[in-house]
Design a protein around this ligand. Structure first.
Ligand SMILES: O=C(O)CCC(=O)C(=O)O
Ligand SMILES: [Fe+2]
Length: 228
């Protein structure tokens, strides 16, 4: 008997080819920029959640962690809301990032152990000045992930993510190596947290995104390479 073709969407195989491209980009360049990366249904769920979140759930984003956490209007002015698995959208997102994590660990041996992420809302004029998400040797945030939830974004809206590829500058290329990413719906950016300074330029209208970080196991990271 001939089997009828299946018309169900095979999300696993879609993800695998995307994950493969991301993995190849990371190993060759250290960063990956992929338009239409986030599965459509997941992007829609996340957009619904971020637009329905009550305003008071968003808090001014700070810089630094735990006791070093401070609000600094000169560095960043966006508002954030941490994502938990307590919503349909949140748990679908976490599940998807777990399969990305497993794939990247298999392919690149990055030792990614955990993931944390938040929604971010940049209102008109908000920005995040040039920064790095992790500092060399701290061995904590390994890989940064950003996805955008802005439908019908046009170039004139601004709000680009600017990535500085300093390695290219050091290797003598005259033209400063600056990569600008338009924050369009479903676009995903992944980069090595310690390697790439980046910034968010002010936008002319509301800009929604998710920023997340894969981390090493902290208890292991603190004991890596003990002094001999
Ligand atoms: O929204 C973006 O494009 C990047 C955000 C960012 O750099 C961060 O939250 O650390
Ligand atoms: Fe960042």
């Amino acid at each position: 008997m001939l089997l009828q073709p299946q018309f169900t969407v095979d999300t696993d195989s879609t993800d695998t080819s995307l994950f493969e491209s991301i993995s190849d980009d990371i190993s060759t360049k250290g960063y990956s920029i992929r338009p239409y990366a986030l599965p459509e249904h997941l992007a829609q769920l996340l957009l619904e959640q971020v637009t329905e979140l009550p305003e008071q759930q968003f808090k001014r984003a700070g810089i630094g962690r735990a006791q070093d956490h401070i609000i600094n209007d000169f560095v960043r002015t966006d508002e954030i809301c941490w994502i938990t698995g307590n919503s349909v959208a949140g748990s679908a997102w976490i599940k998807w990032t777990q399969s990305l994590q497993a794939y990247l660990n298999r392919r690149l041996f990055l030792g990614l152990f955990s993931f944390e992420s938040h929604f971010a809302h940049y209102a008109k004029g908000d920005f995040y000045k040039k920064h790095k998400d992790a500092f060399t040797g701290e061995g904590n945030r390994v890989l940064s992930v950003v996805v955008y939830l802005n439908q019908h974004w046009v170039a004139d809206n601004g709000g680009e993510l600017v990535i500085y590829d300093d390695k290219q500058i050091n290797s003598g290329i005259i033209d400063d190596h600056i990569i600008k990413v338009t924050p369009s719906f479903g676009t995903m950016v992944v980069f090595l947290s310690e390697e790439f300074p980046h910034e968010v330029l002010p936008a002319k209208c509301d800009r929604y995104s998710i920023a997340g970080w894969f981390r090493l196991n902290n208890s292991i990271a603190n004991n890596i390479d003990p002094p001999s």
